[in-house]
Every structure is written in structure tokens, then in C-alpha cells.
Ligand binder design. Structure first.
Ligand code: C5P
Length: 409
């Protein structure tokens, strides 16, 4: 995950160093943005050495890089620890007089403030109003801990422990820490996205799959402890960004065509306990792919494109079982027609493919492709309904893994 760690000028700034170390140890890329006052407490070299990234406080430090906007735009999470009364007042007022406050205005990711100050300052109506304003705008303000403050005094206003700040902040992006680790030690392969079959070096036959459901499956499995390989076929750019920035990174193999997808899935699938074919795979590909671009000849109509059938990867794997006891799962994106309902087509497909489970979803009219939510009926190999799932693609993914987990030895 790409994290911006804002540090404002309070004595608790020294604890930001521990938070930085912790986040780096967890594998996150962290860029520290201190205020001028923070550097009175901790020197920039400490933050630079531990983050491995440059540290600046001013908007004028790297003008060509337009840092005051770009840092916030590209972050997955902003944490400000400690957040002083002054920093929160400036943030609540929308001031933009240093790199940290401009970044707070530009950020579209979750923003977490961990306040630290004396109890009197925390309790002051001005601070209370600023905290209320920030919370109303969706900023996550962590409650300060109670305990010993800078001097001998005690009370609310202490910066929480770095471990607690990290846990609370990361859970905003990552969801709560998984309680269910039922896939721990399992190796799973998930294909996602849609294949492209080259017509010539420039054009291809493709489909509308964004890869969102497949990526949700990969991330849900990783969150449940599985060792995941995502075979990614031409994911939408924002989905690729999500995968690469993802907190629980899966191994990613990028492919383009059905042939590449098949090779990749069979290679990594040889070691897998579960293979889920969520990718939309082209049934046909051009019989020949010329090395040069096909030219339009004026006066001549289009040349026909001869197609040949692609192998059905799911049916092959279901038949071959690359590993004993392997569970194989497919998807069936269906539309109802004169030949039958969505479910009837799904049932027929379940029997034909030989997979252990088939998730049937209705597509078309804004449903299924590229959307954030999904609705599937889970069938077993005989075509009998074993589950229903609807909601976000992540919720659907978890329901499918529940069904898979029941089949694992
Ligand atoms: O036959 P249909 O394309 O509807 O089947 C969808 C399921 O089969 C998906 O799980 C998809 O990943 C898989 N499939 C495949 N190879 C193909 C076509 C589809 O693995 N050539």
C-alpha cells in the first residue's frame, strides 16, 4: 500500500518514527510529510533514512513534480500522527499553507488523524468543533489515549501506540483483520479479466470484463490466508492499480490471449488446491494473425476474418485435475433467451464443464460487467443450487470461498 505519513509538531512526533518503521516492516511504501514544526522534534534525515524517500515540508520544494497535488492523489492511505490542535484547525478550515495541508486537500483516499495534545487543548470547544467538522467530512479521527502526557500530568490526549494507530488506519482500506483464516496454507489460482485475440498487431477481439470479480476473489482468498496467484488478462487500469497497490499482495501473472492464459493457468495450477476461472475467455480466435496491420483497400469491402475455436480451459482443467483433489470453479455469465432462463443455461453449463462449482450470473442491461456489485447462484457439478450470493463483488467472493472451503479436504 502507498501510505503518506503526515507528522505535525508535537512532542509525540518521536512516536511517528516507530509508526514509520512498523509500516515499512509490514511492506508498505511510506512517504513522510512533516510540518516545519515537526522537524523541530525529529530531523528530516531520520524520516528519510527509515522511509527511503525524500522528505519535504513545502509546496515549493519540487514544483515540476506538482507534489502538493500528486502525493495526495496517488496515496492509498494518509495517516497524520501526531495531529496537533493546530494541524486539525488548519485542516478543518481547508488551509493549504504547507505540503501536508495541500496533500490533505488533494487526497481522495481514507485520511486518518491521530491527535496528541494536552487534555485542556483536546477539550477546548475550538478543537472539539474542528474534530466534529473533520469527522463530518469523512476524516477518521482516532480517539486519543488517556495516560501520562509530556510532563507529570495525565489525561486524554496521549498519542495511541503505533501498533494501534496502524491497525485502525489499515483496517479502513483493508477491512477488519481477517478472523476467518480457513484458506491458510491453501494455494489458489484465480483468472480474472478478459482475453484479447489479436486480429493483427493493432486490433483484437475482446470483451467487456473489467476483472473486478476475479480480483475480489483473489483478495478475499488472500485475506482468508491463501497463497494466491492471480492470472490477470487485460484488467481495467483502476483494477490493475488496485491489485498492485493491494495491501495483501497476490502474485500476478499478466496475460493477453487465451493461449497465454491457458499456459499460465496450467503452469501455476499444477501446484494449486483450487483453480477459479473467473476470466471471460474468448471462445474463438482469428485463424491467422498477420505480422503487419491489415490495410483498408479503397473500393474493396472488408476481408472476412476466419475464426478457429479456442480450447475450453475450464473444461480441460476440470477433466485433467492438475493435482489430486483439486477443486475447480467456473463462472457462467448468462442472459436468458428463448432457449431457457439464466439458471437453465447455467445448469446446462455446469453439467457440460465438469467443474465442482459454477457461479452463474445474469449479465447485460448494466448488470455484471464493470459494476461494483454482483449477484450469483452457485451450482454444483450436477447443476444443483448450493448457494446464493449478492452484494459487493467482495461479498460474492467470500460466499464463493465459503462454498469452496466445504469441498476442500
Ligand atoms: O462457456 P462459457 O464461456 O460461458 O464458460 C464460462 C466459464 O468457462 C468461465 O469460468 C470461463 O473462465 C471458462 N472458459 C474457459 N475457456 C474458454 C471459455 C470459457 O476456461 N475457452
Amino acid at each position: 500500500m502507498r501510505i503518506l505519513l503526515g507528522v505535525s509538531g508535537g512532542i509525540a512526533a518521536y512516536k511517528a518514527v516507530l509508526l514509520l518503521r512498523l509500516l515499512r516492516e509490514q511492506g508498505h511504501a511510506v512517504r513522510v510529510i512533516p510540518t516545519r514544526a515537526a522537524l523541530e522534534f525529529v530531523g528530516a534525515p531520520t524520516f528519510e533514512a527509515l522511509s527511503g524517500e525524500p522528505v519535504s515540508t513545502e509546496v515549493f520544494d519540487d514544483v515540476p513534480g506538482v507534489q502538493h497535488v500528486s502525493l495526495g492523489q496517488h496515496a492509498d492511505l494518509v495517516i497524520v500522527a501526531p495531529a496537533t490542535a493546530d494541524l486539525m484547525a488548519r485542516a478543518a478550515a481547508g488551509l493549504a499553507d504547507d505540503l501536508l495541508t495541500t496533500t490533505l486537500l488533494a487526497a481522495r483516499c481514507p485520511v486518518v488523524l491521530a491527535p496528541a495534545m494536552h487534555t485542556e487543548m483536546w477539550d477546548h470547544p475550538a478543537t472539539r468543533a474542528n474534530v466534529a467538522t473533520l469527522r463530518e467530512r469523512g476524516v477518521h479521527v482516532i480517539e486519543p489515549a488517556s495516560g501520562r502526557l509530556t510532563g507529570a500530568d495525565t489525561g486524554p490526549g496521549r498519542l495511541p501506540d503505533p501498533e494501534d494507530i496502524a491497525r485502525e488506519a489499515l483496517s479502513l482500506v483493508d477491512g477488519p483483520p481477517a478472523e476467518n483464516l480457513d484458506l491458510a496454507g491453501r494455494r489458489v489460482v484465480v483468472s480474472a479479466g478478459g482475453t484479447r485475440e489479436a486480429i493483427d498487431p493493432v486490433r483484437f477481439i475482446g470483451n467487456r470484463s473489467s476483472g473486478r470479480q476475479g480480483v475480489a476473489l483473489a483478495q478475499a482468498a488472500a485475506a482468508r490466508g491463501a497463497d494466491v496467484t492471480l492470472v490477470a488478462a487485460n484488467l481495467a487500469q483502476d483494477v490493475t492499480d488496485q491489485v498492485l497497490a493491494g495491501p495483501r499482495a497476490c502474485s500476478v501473472v499478466q496475460v493477453e490471449s487465451t493461449t497465454e492464459l491457458r499456459d499460465a493457468v496450467r503452469a501455476v495450477g499444477a501446484e494449486a488446491d483450487v483453480v477459479v476461472m473467473a476470466a471471460a475467455v474468448a471462445d474463438f480466435r482469428p485463424a491467422v494473425t498477420p505480422d503487419a496491420k491489415i490495410k483498408k483497400v479503397p473500393g474493396q469491402g472488408p476481408a472476412p476474418i476466419e475464426l478457429v475455436e479456442n480450447p475450453d480451459i475450464l473444461a480441460e482443467i476440470a477433466h485433467d485435475r492438475l493435482r489430486p483433489g483439486q477443486v475447480v470453479v467456473g463462472f457462467a455469465a448468462e442472459t436468458g433467451d428463448a432457449g431457457g432462463s439464466v439458471l437453465e443455461h447455467g445448469r446446462a453449463k455446469a453439467r457440460r464443464k465438469g467443474a465442482d462449482l459454477i457461479a452463474v450470473n445474469a449479465v447485460g442491461s448494466g448488470r455484471g460487467f464493470g459494476t461494483e456489485s454482483n449477484e450469483v447462484t452457485i451450482l454444483d457439478g450436477a447443476g444443483d443450487v448450493v448457494g446464493l450470493a449478492s452484494g459487493t463483488k467482495r461479498e460474492v467472493a467470500d460466499a464463493l470461498w465459503d462454498a469452496v472451503a466445504k469441498l476442500l479436504p
